[in-house]
Design a protein around this ligand. Structure first.
Ligand code: ZN
Length: 414
């Protein structure tokens, strides 16, 4: 089972836009760019709207057959651990092992000692092709990294073997993710994390480190773009180096859990991918649902009313909706327009406040973040919301496809 060099995690809150998402992937293929689509939905998302992993599988299969899509595609059990993986085993063939909670809890001293012994030849001066600086790695640094990360990777090994025993070797893709931690990992930490992954016998195809800067949901990157660019390039170089050094799968690549729409770092990412001829897995967090709202608003009439209603309810339940996302959103409540103001907006006013076009004066990143986490409101509307999606399917699909193709695929992979 192989991912293409480029793969794209397409989130879809309500499982209705698979075909429109695939249209963007197919459009890229016509331009000579092959991208593996991976449907991803986290446990958190499933529990908020009451869907199951089987629903995601069904959406993917249905969309693939409706779109006559002939290439490989996957369904990702996103951010799972030993305690919740079982519900995903049957329906998923891509597993994102989340071991962030285990980072910072030291492994046994004897295990750390053995790890250092095994990686002894990396002590001292180390040059990694593609990185200008030479690293000086004292034994103490390996000790510190192992103390911080080894237990987490051992946990990843346990989860991997648990899945392997149920699905069989080679029947699924494995990602190791550590993005939901407090501190970004340095390239040297990445190197030893990859060493530990190889030791555990995890055939990781993608690895998701935490990068420098803030990756808030649905809005652009907040942080030092140049610093990110340097770190990303070093990480790509480290992955290349580690593949040979530790005999990891040759197609191992970085995975960016973007939280969606990190447009200002797409340029540096694209440049580095070309420079190193490297692959990338990019996960987005489901701004497809926002394109549904934009489509409804653009449709006018009862579509626009429904979009406004979602906003009004979202404002009244802001604390509840933002709670599960507290660490990945920054909403300046004072700049949120009052519901009675929004009520007077026409289609264009609503769509342009929400659409992620930073050059547009009407764009409001606070409104966008609030609506991004407000999908529970639409879920509760149930048939009323889904009937509207049906009724305005064409205009919504147009927005979904254009968003993925123009704002993501083109700047990243073309
Ligand atoms: Zn993540």
């Amino acid at each position: 089972m192989m991912l293409e060099k480029y793969s794209f995690g397409i989130g879809d809150r309500f499982g209705r836009q698979g075909k429109a998402q695939l249209a963007a992937i197919k459009k890229a293929k016509q331009q000579g760019i092959n991208i593996t689509p991976v449907w991803n939905k986290s446990n958190r998302e499933h529990s908020i709207i009451g869907t199951t992993p089987q629903d995601t599988r069904k959406e993917a299969d249905d969309a693939v057959s409706a779109a006559a899509f002939e290439d490989l595609y996957f369904v990702d059990a996103d951010h799972i651990g030993l305690k919740n993986v079982d519900a995903f085993i049957k329906s998923s063939d891509f597993f994102t092992l989340d071991v962030a909670d285990f980072i910072g809890h030291p492994a046994q001293e004897s295990e750390i000692q053995a790890f250092i012994e095994k990686n002894k030849k990396l002590i001292g001066s180390l040059a990694i092709p593609g990185i200008d600086e030479t690293f000086d790695i004292p034994e103490q640094q390996i000790w510190d990294i192992a103390a911080k990360c080894l237990l987490a990777i051992k946990e990843a090994g346990k989860i991997y073997r648990h899945i392997e025993s149920a699905k069989g070797t080679g029947n699924f893709i494995t990602e190791v993710s550590m993005d939901e931690t407090d501190q970004p990992q340095t390239p040297v930490e990445m190197l030893f994390i990859l060493a530990a992954i190889a030791d555990e016998g995890i055939p990781a195809r993608t690895i998701a480190p935490k990068f420098t800067g803030r990756f808030n949901k649905g809005v652009d990157y907040v942080g030092d773009v140049e610093k990110f660019a340097k770190e990303f390039e070093a990480d790509v170089a480290v992955v290349d180096f580690a593949v040979n050094e530790f005999d990891l799968p040759r197609d191992l690549k970085l995975s960016i859990h973007s939280g969606s729409d990190k447009f200002s770092i797409y340029g540096p990412i694209a440049k580095t991918l070309k420079k190193f001829d490297a692959g990338l897995h990019l996960k987005t967090a489901g701004t497809t649902w926002l394109e549904e709202l934009i489509g409804l608003a653009m449709a006018g009439g009862d579509g626009l009313s429904l979009a406004k209603e979602v906003y009004t309810v979202a404002i009244s339940r802001i604390d509840e909706l933002c709670g599960p996302y507290a660490t990945v959103i920054d909403i300046d409540i004072a700049t949120l327009p009052a519901p009675d103001i929004v009520d007077q907006w026409d289609s264009n006013a609503f769509a342009s406040a929400l659409r992620h076009d930073q050059s547009c004066q009407r764009y409001n990143l606070n409104l966008r973040q609030l609506l991004h986490v407000a999908y529970k409101v639409a879920a509760e509307m149930g048939p009323r919301y889904f009937d509207a999606l049906e009724k305005y399917a064409d205009i919504i699909a147009q927005n979904v496809t254009e968003n993925i193709y123009e704002r993501h695929i083109r700047p990243l992979f073309m």
